[in-house]
Design a protein around this ligand. Structure first.
Ligand code: CA
Length: 225
C-alpha cells in the first residue's frame, strides 16, 4: 500500500504497524510523490493524510477518483479534525474510510484489514455473476462487468458506492434498513456509523440523476424502486 503522510513520526509508526501486518508499504511525504508512487505501484489501499505540504489531501483524493485506473483503490483518509469526517466520507471527496489523529497503529491496521476485505468482495465476481444484468428504469447494474450505467452512460462510482448500488439492485423493491445495508456492504466490523449509508445514498442519487429513484423510508432506510 501507499502511505502519504508528511509527519515522519506518524509515518514511521504507521509503516511499522502495517509492515508487521504483512503489507508492503511505500511512504511519501507529499501529494505529488504520493500520486507518482500510486501510478508506479498500483496499490489496493492508500492511506492519505489530508494536511500535506504541497497540496491539500482532498485534491489528491479528487485526482484518484477522477482517473479510471485509480478509481477502485481503497482510500483511508487521515484527518486531524473530527468535524471533517462528514465531508471526507460524504463523497464530495470519495474516501472509503477515515481515521482521526491521534489514532492507534492497531486501530489503523484493523481499518486497513477491514477495507481490504470489503474491496476483495467487491472486486470478486458474484457467485452467479456471469452476465447478470439488473435493469431498473434507466439504471443498468451489470454484475458481470461490475459496471453501472445511467441512461446508457457508465457512472464513476467509488468502490463502496458500487457495492451499495449492487446491494440495492439485488434487493430492488424491498425496504432495507440502514443496519441491513451497513452489514451487507460495509461488514459487521465497520465503525463508521449509519450516517455513512445516508451520505453514500446522497452521492449515488446525485450520480444517477433521474435514471432511477431511491426512496427514503422514514424511520427505516431506503428502497430502490
Ligand atoms: Ca500532515
Amino acid at each position: 500500500m501507499v502511505v502519504i503522510e508528511d509527519d515522519p513520526s506518524i509515518s514511521r509508526l504507521v509503516t511499522a504497524a502495517l509492515v508487521g501486518d504483512g503489507h508492503t508499504v511505500h511512504c511519501c511525504g507529499t501529494g505529488g510523490e504520493g500520486l507518482d508512487a500510486i501510478s508506479e505501484h498500483a496499490p489496493d489501499v492508500v492511506l492519505l493524510d489530508l494536511g500535506l505540504p504541497d497540496q491539500d489531501g482532498t485534491e489528491v483524493l479528487r485526482q484518484l477518483r477522477a482517473n479510471s485506473t485509480t478509481r477502485d483503490i481503497g482510500i483511508i483518509c487521515v484527518t486531524a479534525r473530527a468535524d471533517e469526517i462528514d465531508r471526507v466520507l460524504g463523497f464530495e471527496l470519495g474516501a472509503d474510510d477515515y481515521v482521526v489523529k491521534p489514532f492507534s497503529p492497531r486501530e489503523l491496521v484493523g481499518r486497513v484489514r477491514a477495507l481490504a476485505r470489503r474491496l476483495a468482495i467487491l472486486h470478486a465476481p458474484g457467485p452467479d455473476a456471469g452476465d447478470e444484468v439488473v435493469q431498473i428504469d434507466q439504471l443498468t447494474v451489470d454484475f458481470g462487468r461490475r459496471e453501472t450505467l445511467a441512461a446508457g452512460s457508465p457512472l464513476d462510482l467509488t468502490p463502496m458506492e458500487r457495492g451499495l448500488i449492487e446491494y440495492l439492485a439485488v434487493n430492488r423493491g424491498l425496504a432495507l434498513s440502514r443496519t441491513q445495508i451497513l452489514e451487507a456492504v460495509w461488514g459487521h466490523d465497520w465503525l463508521g456509523g449509519s450516517r455513512t449509508v445516508d451520505m453514500h445514498i446522497a452521492q449515488i442519487r446525485r450520480k444517477i440523476g433521474d435514471a432511477a429513484s431511491i426512496t427514503t423510508i422514514r424511520g427505516v432506510g431506503y428502497r430502490l424502486e
